[in-house]
Design a protein. Sequence first.
Lengths: 158, 289
Amino acid sequence: MPALAVALAREPIPRVREAMMTALIRIGNAASIEVLLPYLRSQEASVRAAAIEALQALPEAIAPFMSPLLNDGDSDVRLLATELARNMEASEATRLLCELIEHEHHPNVCAAAIDVLTEVGTPEALPTLERCSARFAATPFLPFAVSIAMSRISGEES
Amino acid sequence: MDDSKEGSSFAVHISPEQVQRFCEFLYRRTGMSFAESKRYFIDRRLEDRITATGSSSFQEYFSLLRADADQEIEHLINSFTVNETYFYREEHQLRCMTTSLLEAIVCQKKPGSTLRIWSIPCSTGEEPYSIALWLMENWPQVDSYNIEIVGSDIDTRALKAAAEGIYGDRALMRLSHDIIGRYFGPVTGGNHQIDEGLRNSIEFTRANLIDTKDMTQYRDFDLIFCRNVLIYFDDASRRLAAENLYDCLRPGGYICLGHSESMSRISPLFRVSRFPDAIVYQRPEADHG
């Protein structure tokens, strides 16, 4: 694993980087996650996207890393981490994203979390979403996103 | 999967919001997209799957689907797609092959050189035979190159049927009487067997798209038809399949996918190529760091 991590860090050819990331997905353990996580902070969008895609393919292995990621000091990392919840089990994804939304100040991070909840959220998310809508009343796109999410989760028209 | 409850009268109410949620998931997961006008079609199949899985609500079914319990995604896709395979299916891609792709491929080849085409998965052979027929009927340069067509599938029973080349009327519904008359002969049961020369011209082999070791024996293809299979794979398998397909293509070679699939969602390795008849994906001529 250390050898693969070093090789990935040095590899300039996208096709080979892809293969290395696929190998990490196939290994699929905590060590794979630890190799992939630093790429969430890459300055290159394509590298960040590749890391997200690879990490999303490992919903069980990523679970223990989610809380630290969703509490990271960098709002970009928190925003990307919300996407990792998308393939997780619905109740766990809902719990993690609601915890984030309850204390998150950055509207874009909240919006990203709401977008994921729109697809995977369970009814337990509804109170958190209501509070989020009230808290960000002055940021119109957020109450709008919340209303969509709530209607999809509850199965009722907004 | 126990489908014993399929067709029962048990009915589950599904709201428009739930259908929307389902459609967004389906699109993200498979690339399949349905317009609002297809609402009845979606509702019916969704209700069938909810009933077949014994789910008591949309919510329960959706959780099961997301977790892909008992390979529910495969069952769902099967219920939404036409599994039937027949000659000249997705004809626009065959037309694209002879009007655009082969011209681009052979401009770098000398007359007499080999042109390799791969149909994977080939199921019971309709696709590789369609490729051969289409080339003979529509490509004036067909005799100028040594064309190798390989049909591969993971299912050895399907491969045996492909090698036999016997088909019913439904499989031939898109072919003209003239073509049927020239390339098929009658066999028992009102079926038709494809001409022996054509049967012998195609090599049928077993292959597993996500077995990298298995795939190393398939190299240097100029054109691959890989239709309606990647949508069944999970993310990790799809990545692996895309990488294996990349390695099987010559640099500059093309791959044709099914109409709801997109290689750009699967792998950044390929370049999108838009032609008048179809959108296909190309392995770049060279890897650039």
